[in-house]
Design a binder for this molecule. Structure first.
Ligand code: C2E
Ligand code: CA
Ligand code: CA
Length: 407
């Protein structure tokens, strides 16, 4: 049975349950863990076989009255009726996980499939099968987030979180309409004498109820909904307007989200904005994370090359937290590395020896490749001193200045 058939039966079950106070049933949403990895590494034929075997194992585990459906891809759903409570649904989920987990030999390879399951229990507030499936899906995501290979029950807390997310998304749409975003600027300094060499523009949202919000409060929702792209363009327009009307010393660096950076017209749009405002491109830098460099390398080099030809340099953000596959550093035109602030924070902490080693290695690397090095999140005088000893030249952090709006 596919999704349509599942929803048909679910609709009948829900209709009947609305007239029956004793009704107790559940939808279990199952998603194989890291299935894409199997497909990408050993091929689709093996992936197909794995899907068939997983389906067989699920069907072989549930009771005869349960309905197993393949929703698509590596997603399955189980409709389990006649339960006596959530514990019984969880027990069923765990049985399915243990049946799935037995090793499988396919094409001479031994695979150990695992899955994440989210469970939505029947409640009279549900009107449609889609609603139950959506909540089971949300619980499945939670199961993935908590480490995969587990079973999670949709609860009140998840409902509240889902509602908050929906509200925030609606607020974000309105904020885009009213352009409620503004850049704050934090200085980037030469660490030895605190001379300002540039600023990083940091996004702030002036929310009508919650006040001024930093990106941590809304970036995930912005990325998941795709709205961040519009927010970013509003932000860049503000930053470039600020640059046109003031003479901030040095460069201004803007943050670019990875998916945004991959859009083919990104460089053109940015250059257009600069030209319209008559701001020299060499005053602007972009900050990207390593994730942005990972796939589709030719297009990314093209974008970076084109920006650099015009004068817009790129700096690599949060360096050391990602894959740090050093091979890409010389393949892309990168002007600066920003050492992630976790390493700087550790300079004062217990992990001091490790972080000294990491920063020393990054300094040597940057030095030999002729790339600038900026330490992020410098808060204390002792961090500053250690960074100078380690040969770091530039820094950013509360010790030198907080993000602030232009006067
Ligand atoms: P990021 O690029 O790593 O930015 C640095 C963050 O560290 C900023 O947080 C800044 O306020 C904070 N920070 C600076 N100095 C210190 C310090 O000494 N100690 C500590 N604890 N924190 C410090 P913020 O402004 O909340 O921004 C968070 C993240 O949001 C940024 O991390 C960046 O990834 C993203 N972001 C900021 N502006 C934009 C934007 O315009 N567009 C997009 N797509 N993302 C943005
Ligand atoms: Ca940044
Ligand atoms: Ca950073």
């Amino acid at each position: 049975p596919n999704r349509v058939q599942l929803l048909e039966r679910l609709a009948r079950t829900i209709a009947a349950a609305h007239g029956d106070t004793n009704a107790c049933f559940a939808v279990l949403f199952l998603d194989l863990d890291r299935f894409k990895l199997v497909n990408d590494s050993v091929g689709h034929a093996v992936g197909d076989e794995l899907l068939v075997e997983a389906g067989r194992r699920i069907v072989g585990t549930v009771r005869g009255t349960d309905m197993v459906s393949r929703l698509g891809g590596d997603e399955y759903a189980i409709l389990a009726e006649g339960l006596d409570g959530p514990a019984m649904a969880e027990e069923l989920g765990l049985r399915v996980l243990s049946a799935l987990g037995a090793p499988i030999w396919i094409a001479g390879r031994e695979l150990f499939p695992t899955a994440s399951i989210g469970i939505a229990m029947w409640h009279p507030r549900y009107e449609t099968g889609e609603e139950m499936l959506r909540d089971a899906d949300a619980a499945m995501y939670r199961a993935k987030g908590e480490g995969r290979d587990r079973c999670t029950l949709f609860d009140e807390e998840m409902r509240e979180e889902a509602t908050r997310t929906l509200d925030l998304e609606a607020d974000l749409r309105r904020a885009i309409h009213s352009d409620a975003f503004e850049p704050h600027y934090q200085s980037i300094v030469r660490i030895g004498d605190a001379a300002v060499v540039g600023h990083e523009a940091l996004l702030r949202w002036r929310h009508d109820k919650h006040g001024l919000l930093a990106p941590g409060a809304f970036l995930d929702v912005g990325e998941d909904s795709g709205l961040i792209e519009q927010v970013d363009w509003l932000m860049y327009a503000r930053v470039i307007a600020d640059m046109a009307r003031t003479d901030m010393p040095g460069y201004v660096a803007i943050n670019v989200s990875p998916r945004h950076f991959r859009s083919p017209d990104f460089a053109y749009r940015l250059i257009d904005l600069l030209e319209e405002a008559e701001v020299s491109p060499s005053r602007l830098r972009i900050e990207i994370t390593e994730v942005a460099l990972l796939d589709d390398a030719p297009r990314i080099s093209e974008t970076l090359d084109m920006l650099r030809e015009r004068g817009v340099l790129a700096q690599l953000d949060d360096f050391g937290t990602g894959f740090s596959a050093l091979s890409y550093l010389h393949r892309f035109p990168i002007a600066a590395l920003k050492v992630d602030r976790s390493f700087v924070a550790d300079l004062d902490g217990e992990a001091r020896t490790e972080s000294v080693a990491v920063i020393r290695a990054i300094t040597a690397l940057a030095g030999s490749l002729g790339i600038e090095l900026i330490a992020e999140g410098v808060e204390t005088e002792s961090q500053r001193e250690r960074l100078i000893e380690l040969g770091c030249v530039y820094a950013q952090g509360f010790l030198f200045g907080r993000p602030e709006p232009l006067p």
